[in-house]
Design a protein. Sequence first.
Length: 241
Amino acid sequence: MKITVLGSSHGVPEPNRKCTSFMLEIGENVYFVDMGTNPVDALRKRGMEIDRVKGVFVTHMHGDHTNGLVPFTDLITWYFKTPDPLICLPMPEAAKVLQDWMDVTLNGNQQKLRYREVTPGVIFDDGILKVTAIATQHCKKSFSYIAEAEGKTVLFTGDLKHPAVDFPAPAMERELDLVICEGAHFSPAEYLPVFEKCRMKKVCMTHYQNKFIPGILEVQNAMAEKHIPALMATDDLEILV
Ligand SMILES: [Zn+2]
Ligand SMILES: [Zn+2]
C-alpha cells in the first residue's frame, strides 16, 4: 500500500503544511484517513479518478481533520456522481450537517451518500482493506485506526491525550509495519516509553507543531539505535508499506 501525507500540519495550517489527511492507495482503490484538507484537489493534481475512493475514516470531528469533507461530499453528490465511498464519522450528526449543506447549495437532485458511525471494533472490511477503531481520549469521540491490507498493518494514532494515557494498547500486541503518530499536543519524545513496548518497523511523526521538532529529532536518534526509521512528515510525503 502507498500512503501519501496530504497534510502534515497540526490544528492550524502552516505556510508550507496543510491540515491532516492521509491518502491510502491499495491497488486501484483509494481510501482516506482524515480529511482536513480538500482531497479533490489532491486527486485531480495527481490525475486520479475520484470514483477510486472507496472509504473515508475520520478519527474525530475537529476541523483540522474534517474541513475537506464539504468539498469532497459536495462534488461527489452533483458532479462526480459515480463515487460511492463509505464515509465513517465518529459523530453521525455530522452526516446530517453535510446533507443540510448540500440541500442549501444544490437543488435536491443530488445523490445520497453512505455514512457509518464509528464505534470501537472493525468498522470497515471490503476484502482489500480492514479498518479497526480504538477509542482514545483526545475529545468526546475520538479514535485511533489500525489499517490492514496486503498483509501489512499500519497504526494511525489520530489525536491523543498523551501517549502514556491513550496510546492504543491493542497496537502493542502485534507487529506494526508503520506507526503514524501525532505531535501536536505533547513533545514526540514522550512516545519513547510506549515505543519500547511496540514491535514496529517504521515510525512517521506528523501533525506536529514546529516547536516540537526537537522532540522529533530526539525520536529519530533513539530509533536509529534500534535501526527503526523515524520519518518527519512533510506534505506530499509518500510512504510505501
Ligand atoms: Zn488535530
Ligand atoms: Zn483534535
